[in-house]
Design a protein around this ligand. Sequence first.
Ligand code: CA
Length: 226
Amino acid sequence: MNVLIVEDERKLADVLEHILKEEKYIVDAAYNGNDGLAYALTGTYDVIILDVMLPGMNGFDIVRRMRNEKNSTPVLMLTAKGEINDRVHGLDCGADDYMQKPFSSDELLARIRALTRRQGEIVLEVMEYGDLTLRLDNHELSCRDKSVRLSLKEYEVLKLLVVNKNQVLTKDIIITKVWGYDSEAENNNLEAYISFLRKKLTYLESGVMIDVLRKVGYTLKYEKNG
Ligand code: CA
């Protein structure tokens, strides 16, 4: 899957690139509007992430030019806070979806998956770890015959730990991925969600534990019960 990022904020472009590469996407980045349009018109991308305010040519003009040239690559536009008009304008110009900054990596990936999903593609609906099954559609976590519903943030934190099950994730990484790259979520916030999750694991009588290592990060551990 090939993704083009057109974003002049270098730091954000790098974050996007990192998130997408971790998911095994092949990523190109352009840092101004003219390069962005030239790359987009090659027609070699499965999806394009397009910022609105860009030096050279803005995001709206890029989509309009693409559609005029009969280029139908799906476009996800990035809008800044409060730019609701941008969103409407973007969709009018031929963008397929929009996303407001700041966003979490899960939201970004979900939108990209939705834009690139082909008809008939089978979507993974559950994730398993130890004796746990996590449903991706309704965020239900179950262990044998017991189940609980996770809140969105609990779900995102747990999913991240399951995906990276053999690693220790630092608090910073978890906060960046779940709350967004410029979020003001504090360590305390994360600790609260970890404690909610631990309570739910206890309730489920699961053998899965969230381990804290040297007070820097978290990882999952599984010990088979009885
Ligand atoms: Ca910009």
